[in-house]
Design a protein around this ligand. Structure first.
Ligand code: GUN
Length: 283
């Protein structure tokens, strides 16, 4: 046993280079490059970093990108009219509205406004439904990245006890759906789960997505379990860390993702894949 650290940065780079190859093929066949439109409202510092990473990844992949920065005072009507314009723009393949949105703007309404065939986040209920029924158009980025990381690390999902802790629409719920689609036996645990330790200690695969720094120590882990840490937290010294106490857990678990350098880069790589897919279904 002993920890094997799953290199999300390396896998993400490999996926980005595959996307770049496909983009070059499109250009060679006389088509335009895929294009992603990213909309950010307000000045949440974390969101700004995420958006910059997405822009940079587009550049690496040969995907055109356009970032539209709106003030935190933007109205729902203004945001809707921008989304409508991009929905109707034949040169835009993917539209991403960075969350969270400024207070007072209903995220659900905004997501519904994005045309499902440009919804590269896979947040629109039509696309979420298609994932659940096994007929996906896009795959949700962070969850799809997690599946890729597990496969890359040689972890068998089929038949495994998978415990997802967290039930957000962005991570917990959709990663549970994808693990189920891979024939995992899936438990979705959350803040109301009774005796969480007892539940997570049964996990062959643990996905931690609760946003609490270093919450999961070795008492939560079955020896040899694969551990996927989706947390992007700050520890008591303000240093970036995950939901898992990496140093405590690494001695007893199987493959584990680090923070940073695990799930984060994969989210962006899968967004590039979705943008390429969006361009392919448009043409
Ligand atoms: N905020 C945090 N994660 C995400 C994401 O994957 N997509 C968008 N649009 N906003 C986010």
């Amino acid at each position: 046993m002993g920890a094997c650290v799953i290199d999300g940065k390396a896998l993400a780079a490999k996926i980005r280079s595959e996307v770049a190859n496909e983009c070059e093929k499109m250009v060679a066949s006389g088509k335009r490059r895929p294009k992603l439109c990213v909309i950010i409202a307000g000045d949440d510092p974390a969101s700004k970093v995420y958006v910059r990473n997405k822009q940079k990844a587009c550049g690496d992949c040969g995907i055109d990108s356009e970032t539209i920065e709106l003030p935190g005072t933007v109205t729902k009507e203004e945001l809707f009219s921008l989304i409508d314009e991009k929905n109707g723009d034949g040169n835009v393949d993917g539209i991403l509205v960075q969350l969270p949105l400024p207070r007072g703007i209903d995220e659900k309404e905004v997501i519904l406004r994005i045309s499902p065939d440009k919804d590269v986040d896979c947040f629109h209920p039509v696309n979420v439904g298609r994932v659940y029924t096994g007929d996906p158009l896009f795959l949700p980025c962070t969850p799809a990245g997690i599946i890729e990381l597990l496969k890359y690390a040689g972890v068998t999902i089929s038949g495994a006890n998978c415990v997802v802790v967290g039930r957000s629409n962005i991570v917990g719920k959709p990663v549970s759906a994808l693990l189920l689609a891979e024939n995992g036996t899936v438990t979705t645990a959350h803040s109301k789960t009774r005796d969480l330790k007892k539940v997570t200690r049964e996990a062959d695969i643990l996905v931690a997505a609760i946003g609490k720094p270093k919450f999961f120590n070795r008492e939560y882990i079955k020896p040899g379990a694969a551990v996927i840490d989706v947390g992007m937290d700050r520890d008591e010294n303000g240093k970036l860390c995950g939901d898992v106490d990496f140093d405590d857990v690494a001695g007893i678990c199987g493959p584990i993702t680090p923070v940073p350098g695990g799930v984060g880069p994969m989210t962006v790589a899968m967004l590039m894949k979705n943008t390429l897919k969006a361009a392919m279904i448009r043409k």
